[in-house]
Design a protein around this ligand. Structure first.
Ligand SMILES: [Zn+2]
Length: 321
């Protein structure tokens, strides 16, 4: 099993990432969070980091963050696009604009695809990860009811978009996210057709309710544009036993692969703190047959108190498999 690391600290952190130390720890892939508002001014620094990491033998995957906040789970990450294009944002079931662009808005899609082509061209990475592409949902309030979503739903179903988040609406949102990811993957592949696309669906252990459009990601795995799935293991948030959560997600991934044999990576919040059980969780994931674990993130693993202990422990666990 491979072990990767997520570098989430932006351009400031790129300067301090110690590639030799990562290699020493047995890490072989790097997931670089690329912020919309930083890429405007610091694309060169990002490009230099990706080049150096690839030259050092790492597989490098870019995670675009911000960018209209369609692909963005963290409300704290700003998007200049969202600030300046209110008319392209999702409209919720109360009629209010959300802080998230609508993946069905053609003008947003055009801008997003163009930004991703530029990013793919500037950063010569191996692939992209689309992080939780989603529609807004909070406490029963859902999006999107913008004019484009209403038109698209009517064209497909021949009746007006319902006010309730019922099954036809959920199916429409799932399809919209799938089409959005197809467009994103096509944009980067227009630059280099070897660029792979991974999707991280919204983390949930209970997948019976699809509130964001990606909770049921079996369809995404079936899509020809998707080369694999990245699943965040939300054991701390759900206060469950991590080995149980890892096994459960891995089993779910196997069931949903339905013979596609696309890789399902597991993402683990990691740190040297004993209660985060980083090494133990890597061992459990390996036993399930998971092909890759990605630790998140560089700051919490390698820049925290006790980090010096992590390198030898990671080296040892990676050396044994
Ligand atoms: Zn919409």
């Amino acid at each position: 099993m491979e072990v990767g690391i997520c570098v989430a600290g932006g351009v400031e952190e790129l300067e301090v990432v110690d590639l030799a130390m990562l290699r020493d720890a047995g890490i072989n892939s790097i997931y670089v969070g690329c912020y919309e508002n930083e890429m405007r001014w610091h694309a060169e620094e990002y490009a230099a980091f990706v080049r150096a990491a690839a030259l050092a033998g790492f597989e490098v995957c870019v995670i675009p963050w911000g960018y209209g906040k369609v692909v963005d789970p963290d409300p704290a990450i700003d998007s200049l696009y969202v600030d300046t294009h209110r008319e392209h944002l999702q409209v919720d079931s109360r009629g209010r604009r959300c802080y998230k662009a609508c993946p069905n808005n053609p003008k947003f899609l055009e801008w997003f695809a163009s930004e991703m082509r530029t990013t793919a061209w500037m950063l010569e990475a191996h692939g992209f990860l689309w992080d939780e592409p989603s529609f807004y949902f909070s406490r029963g309030v859902w999006a999107c009811r913008c004019e484009y979503c209403q038109r698209l739903f009517y064209a497909a179903e021949n009746y007006a978009l319902p006010r309730d988040l019922n099954e036809p609406v959920r199916a429409f949102r799932r399809l919209s996210i799938k089409v959005f990811v197809l467009a994103a993957a096509a944009a980067v592949q227009a630059v280099d057709n070897r660029l792979y696309s991974l999707v991280m669906p919204s983390p949930a252990l209970d997948t019976t309710q699809d509130n964001t459009g990606t909770d049921d990601w079996a369809d995404l795995l079936d899509s020809s544009a998707i080369d694999g799935i990245a699943l965040y293991v939300p054991w701390q948030e759900h206060q469950v036993d991590p080995s149980h959560a890892i096994q459960e997600l891995h089993t779910l991934a196997q069931a949903r692969q339905r013979g596609t044999l696309k890789p399902c990576h597991l993402w683990l919040a990691a740190s040297p703190r004993p209660q985060d059980r980083t090494i133990e969780n890597i061992v459990v994931a390996r036993r399930t047959g998971c092909p890759r674990v990605v630790l998140t993130d560089y700051t919490t693993v390698f820049r925290a108190q006790g980090s010096s202990r992590m390198v030898p422990r990671l080296r040892d666990v990676n050396a044994t498999g």
